[in-house]
Design a protein around this ligand. Sequence first.
Ligand code: HEC
Length: 132
Amino acid sequence: MTRPPGAVSHLGSFLVAAALVLVVLTGCGGDDTVAVTTSDGPPSRGAQLASESCSSCHGQSFEGVDKLGPALRDNGFVRDHSDAELVAFIKEGRPREADDNRTGVAMPPYGGNTRLTDEDLVEIVAFLRTLQ
Ligand code: HEC
């Protein structure tokens, strides 16, 4: 009994072709990832959370809104406090009658969004640092 000529090499060609298809598919996946990433990168989670929970008073670009909230860009209070202090401040807010209230408008606890977790606040504070 002899093996039909070419049987082994056919199987071999098939495996080589399958391997090539895999290499090409994997390569395309990598290219796609590069293609959707912009040079600035996507907004951080802290930036997204701050836009959702803080922009209404502090401004879309955190430049401040008259009679609602001071600018968080280039802000001495942010610069002068540690990350932990800022997280604690955001949780507590600053009532209108507080001695250190400067505008006569209250900063509500958690900016009014009590669903924000400690982890969320740490990410928001990291984002505020990028505005200084
Ligand atoms: C309902 C409006 C409102 C929202 C929403 C709000 N804030 Fe404020 N925030 C204020 C006001 C008003 C002050 C200033 C209080 C004062 O006069 O001292 C303030 C002050 C601050 C300060 C201190 C700045 C300074 O110069 O004293 C920080 C930091 C801050 N807010 C962060 C945040 C963050 C982070 C969020 C979102 C999680 C947020 N705020 C949401 C109204 C708001």
